[in-house]
Design a protein around this ligand. Structure first.
Ligand SMILES: [Zn+2]
Length: 166
């Protein structure tokens, strides 16, 4: 979760009854939410002009998602309606943050760090872009899952400058 919307962490709770054992597959997720939700196979997702990759994981486009992005074990979810309103570096950061959950687990700061270090390494996140990300998450208030935006930013700036991959 990016955690911009306070209610964002409720999605997994909503989905849990859909399948008694374990998280849903992308197909089950799409069938459950219905509407225009669709699966974009790994390697085919483009955000602006960037082809996005998260290992071999597909992305589900779900415009009813109550946040910009979310991660389930094995796939990512993006709300393309919300994503269309934000700048390119913020979009790529959101995708990479959700990808960070795939590889590094549920911790938000770790996913943030994964995203900025990937952005720096791949060349799409400049220091200016990082400040755009900071402005984007600034309104997020801290809750059980997400520490406040300014705290996350402080940590992301450190990660961005850290030559060691965390
Ligand atoms: Zn998250």
């Amino acid at each position: 979760m990016v955690g911009v919307v306070a209610a964002g962490s409720g999605v997994s709770a909503t989905m849990a009854p859909a399948r008694a054992e374990g998280p849903p597959t992308p197909e089950e997720y799409v069938a459950h939410v219905g509407g225009d939700a669709k699966i974009v196979p790994s390697g085919q997702l483009k955000l602006d002009n960037y082809r996005m990759q998260c290992g071999h994981r597909p992305t589900v486009i779900d415009d009813q998602l109550d946040d910009y992005g979310a991660a389930y074990p094995g796939f990512l979810i993006l709300n393309s309606k919300l994503m269309s309103r934000i700048s390119t570096p913020v979009k790529l950061w959101i995708f990479s943050h959700e990808c960070g959950h795939q590889f590094r687990g549920p911790d938000e700061e770790t996913a943030d760090c994964f995203a900025v270090q990937r952005g720096r390494r791949q060349g799409w996140l400049t220091p200016e872009g990082l400040e755009e990300v900071c402005r984007f998450i600034a309104p997020a208030k801290g809750d059980g899952m997400h520490v406040s935006g300014s705290h996350r930013c402080e940590y992301m700036r450190k990660c961005y400058d850290d030559p060691n991959i965390r």
